[in-house]
Design a protein around this ligand. Structure first.
Ligand SMILES: Cc1ncc(COP(=O)(O)O)c(C=O)c1O
Length: 303
């Protein structure tokens, strides 16, 4: 990671190296932290953050689920993100707001801990590697956490222990990414991305009730599908339906639209990936301000 100049911490911009927390920070011990992953892109009008409000709404909802009082409104956090991007050298960047229970009290009750909010930004290239080549994925032996045990719709640090275990298993077994099934054996998502598949021209993705994080990029692709008159469903799939799909792709802020070329040794997209390619092209153009009707998703932060 290339250090930037500033990090926004509890209301003010501080030098990158000074954004530190105590080792007895409550959230570090008990997983009480919620965060977001947002990206800013270069456009003809300047640097713009993509779907900032949608990300911050999810951030506020994650905090609400965990009964965390952030002490800032959506508008204030949005302004802090903009100010941070303006202050740092990396303009096309990844933005990471995080809220966590801080230092002061120990023990499982999070309600006695002060909540801290911080926002960092840095340069982050393509998360899953070469988009053209495609991703080699595997079905994980780790099941996706169940919403009876953890609130899966909250983007909480604790949930990512599940993702981290699956990712580690995939990487050490020679794959690029894991696909997690839920406890009923239905496909949910990648360790840090939602998943789509195409069969006979029909695009589909698992429903929110399967146990996924409801992705903003997923929502963006669903809008593209509607606008392009592509038949689309939210429906459950089993692993063999993935193995026999014509196309499979991941969606996420970090990963963008990432084509899957193989799942557990079964080649995917053998006869081309027209729907994936179209979605990747639209996403690239929309994020860079090249499609008028999607300009509403961009918040310009610096000229
Ligand atoms: C587990 C998981 N699912 C899905 C996504 C995709 O969400 P988004 O498109 O909002 O980045 C992410 C990325 O944050 C994620 O970590």
């Amino acid at each position: 990671m290339k250090a930037q100049k500033k990090i926004w911490m509890d209301g003010k911009l501080v030098p990158w190296d000074d954004a530190k927390v105590h080792v007895l920070t409550h959230g570090l011990h008990y997983g009480m932290a919620v965060f977001e992953g947002i990206r800013a892109f270069s456009t003809a009008k300047g640097t713009a953050i993509f779907r900032l409000d949608a990300h911050l709404e999810r951030f506020l909802n994650s905090a609400k689920i965990y009964r965390m009082d952030l002490g800032y409104s959506l508008k204030e956090i949005a302004e802090a993100c903009a100010e941070l991007v303006r202050s740092n050298p990396a303009k096309e960047c990844y933005i990471r707001p995080i809220a966590f229970t801080g230092y002061g009290e120990m023990g499982l009750n999070p309600l006695t801990s002060k909540v801290s909010v911080a926002i960092a930004s840095w340069e982050w290239g393509s998360y899953l590697g070469d988009a053209e080549k495609g991703v080699r994925a595997t079905i994980s032996s780790w099941a996706r956490i169940d919403s009876r045990a953890m609130p899966v719709q909250a983007k909480s640090a604790a949930n990512y222990a599940n993702s981290g275990l699956a990712k580690m298993q995939a990487l050490t077994s020679g794959f690029d990414e894991a696909i997690l099934l839920n406890s009923e054996g239905k496909v949910t998502e990648g360790s840090g991305e939602n998943i789509f598949r195409v069969k006979d021209g029909v695009l589909s993705t698992p429903p929110a009730t399967s146990g996924i994080l409801r992705g903003i990029t997923r929502d963006t692709v669903i809008q593209f599908a509607k606008d392009e008159d592509i038949t689309f469903y939210r429906n459950d799939a089993t692993r063999e339906e993935l193995y026999t799909s014509d196309e499979v792709f991941f969606t996420g802020t970090a990963a963008g639209i990432a084509k899957v070329r193989e799942i557990d040794g079964r080649r995917i997209g053998y006869d081309g990936t027209p729907v994936t390619n179209l979605m990747a092209k639209l996403y690239d153009q929309a994020t860079h301000g090249k499609i008028k009707k999607y300009e509403k998703w961009l918040t310009t932060v610096s000229a």
